[in-house]
Design a protein around this ligand. Sequence first.
Ligand SMILES: Cc1cc2nc3c(=O)[nH]c(=O)nc-3n(C[C@H](O)[C@H](O)[C@H](O)COP(=O)(O)OP(=O)(O)OC[C@H]3O[C@@H](n4cnc5c(N)ncnc54)[C@H](O)[C@@H]3O)c2cc1C
Length: 413
Amino acid sequence: MISFKIPEKIEQSVVIMETIAENMMRPVSRHFDEHEHEIPWDYIEFMHTSQKAMGGGGTLTDSETKKKKEGPSISFQRLAFTSEILSWGDVGMWLCTPGGGLGGAAVNATGTPEQKKRFLSNYRGEKPVFDAMALTEPHAGSAMPAEVRMTAVRDGEEWILNGEKIFVTAGNKALVDSDGFVVMWATIDPEAGRAGVRPFVVEAGTPGCSVTKMEHKLGIRSSDTVSIVLQDCRIPFDNILGSPEVVKKKKTKKGFKGAMATFDATRPLVAASALGIARATLELLKEMLEEQGVEIRYGLPRSKMTNIEREIVDMEVMLRSTWLLTVKAMWLADERKSNTIEASMCKVKAGDVVVKITQRAVELMGPLGYSREYLLEKWFRDAKINDLYEGTGQINRLIVARRILEYSRHELS
Ligand SMILES: Cc1cc2nc3c(=O)[nH]c(=O)nc-3n(C[C@H](O)[C@H](O)[C@H](O)COP(=O)(O)OP(=O)(O)OC[C@H]3O[C@@H](n4cnc5c(N)ncnc54)[C@H](O)[C@@H]3O)c2cc1C
C-alpha cells in the first residue's frame, strides 16, 4: 500500500539536504553557471562526507540491500528526494555530487548482488567516486537501442569494447577526476538489433577508454558532458549487467528486459530533478510577486481569482501532482514492481512542468526574469534538458502509449 508519509530515514536526511541546498549551493549557483566546469574539489569532498553521514553515500546502502531483514527498501525513494532537493539548490551542482548518478542506478537496477557490492561499495570509501551512463552515440539517440554501434566481443574471460559515446553526463568526473565507472551500452550481436544490446561497466583507468571532448552547454553548465572513445578496451567478463545470452525469438526480449529496468530507475530521478528546479522557480516567482503587491488568495473560488492567481495555483497543481507520480514510480522500483509506465509518465510530465513554469516565470517577471540579477533566467536554461535526456518527451510519450494500447514498437513508432 502506498503511504504518503515520508519514511523516517529519508525525513532525517531531508533536513540535512535542505540545509546544504540552501547554504552551500544557492549562494554559488550563479558563479558556477558563469564559470563552466569549475566546481572545486572541496565541494565534492564535502558532499561525499555529508552523504556518508546521512547513511546514503550513493545509490544504495548495504542496509537497504538487506531488504528482507530490515523491511522494505527505500533507496530509490531516497534518491528521488535527494535529486529534488539538491536540484532545488542547483541542478548543475547536483550533477557534480558524487555517488548516485545514472550509472549507479543502472547497476542497482540490473546488477547481481555481487556486482552491486563490487561497484557501489566504493561510494562509502575515503574518496568521492562518480558514475555515469553512456547510451547515446553519433548514430543512436531516440531510435536506440537498435542503432547502438558500440560492440562488445567476448574473448575468454574478458569483453573487448569498441566504439564512441557522446553527451555523457559526469563522464569526465567518473573516468578522469575519480576512480569511478561508466555504464556503457554495447551490442554483443549486431545482427540481433535491440535484443543484442547490453550495459557494461567500464571502470576508470581501463586502458583503451578515453574522454575525447567536453561540451559547452545552454544549461546545467557546472556539470561536465563528454564524449568517450573505447578502442580495444578490455573489461572483465563479469562486468556485463544482465544476461550475456541473446534470445532472438520474436516475442522474447528477456535479455534486453533487464537493461530496460535501468530507465525505469533513472527516469524518475530526472523527473525529481526537474521538479526541484520547478519548485525553486515557483517559490521565487511568488516571493517576487508578493514584493510587487500581488498576493495569491488561495481560498477563493476559481471564478473570483485574478488571472495570475489562477496561473500560480495551476502551476502548484502541476508541480505537486507530478511529484506524487514520481514518488509512486520510485516506490514501485523499491518494491521491485514494474514501473515502466509511471517512470515514463513522470518523466514526460516533469519535463513539461519545469519548462512551462520556468518559461512563464521569465515572462511574468519581464525584464527581471530576463536579467542575470535573478536566477529565473538560469533555471529557464537549466529546465530544458529534463525534457531531452533519458528519452525525450516525445519518446517517453510513445512508451506510455504503447504500454497502454498494447502496441508493439513497430505498430506505434
Ligand atoms: C546535456 C546533455 C546530457 C546528456 N547526457 C546523457 C547521458 O548521460 N547519457 C546518454 O546516454 N545520453 C545523454 N544525452 C543524450 C540524450 O539522451 C539524447 O540527446 C536524447 O535521448 C535525444 O536523442 P538524440 O539526440 O539522438 O535525438 P534524436 O533521436 O535524433 O531525436 C531528435 C528529435 O526527434 C524526436 N523524435 C525522434 N523519434 C521520434 C518519434 N518516433 N516520434 C516523435 N518524435 C521523435 C526526438 O524526441 C527529438 O526531439 C545527453 C544530452 C544532453 C544534451
